[in-house]
Design a protein around this ligand. Structure first.
Ligand SMILES: [Zn+2]
Length: 103
């Protein structure tokens, strides 16, 4: 399987990138991080090149919505939207897809 991927974000630290990646993956988005720090041997290079986050094209809009949805909080149980049936990360109080409040 060779999905087309698009760069969604570039992070200045690997930590930020990993947090974003885990948020997206928790919601079923396929994410790949590209790090230019020579496999962690020279982590200071992160600040120059950044850590690039790629998302498969079909999940791009969803991924943007997820990352735009607010601050990073601790991961909690997912809930199912009563409006559209979407699985929503427990850190959100409203559906990212249809905007319905959590019940
Ligand atoms: Zn919904």
């Amino acid at each position: 399987m060779r999905d087309e991927m698009t760069r969604l974000e570039t992070y200045t630290s690997e930590i930020e990138a990993e947090i974003a990646k885990s948020r997206l993956e928790a919601l079923g988005v396929t994410v790949v991080l590209e790090k230019d720090n020579c496999g962690g041997m020279r982590p200071h290079l992160d600040l120059q090149a950044g850590v690039k986050l790629y998302v498969v094209d079909e999940d791009l809009d969803k991924a943007r919505d997820i990352l735009a949805a607010g601050a990073v909080t601790t991961t909690t149980e997912t809930w199912t939207c009563g409006g559209c049936g979407e699985k929503i990360d427990g850190s959100y109080d409203a559906c990212w897809k249809c905007g319905r409040d959590r019940e």
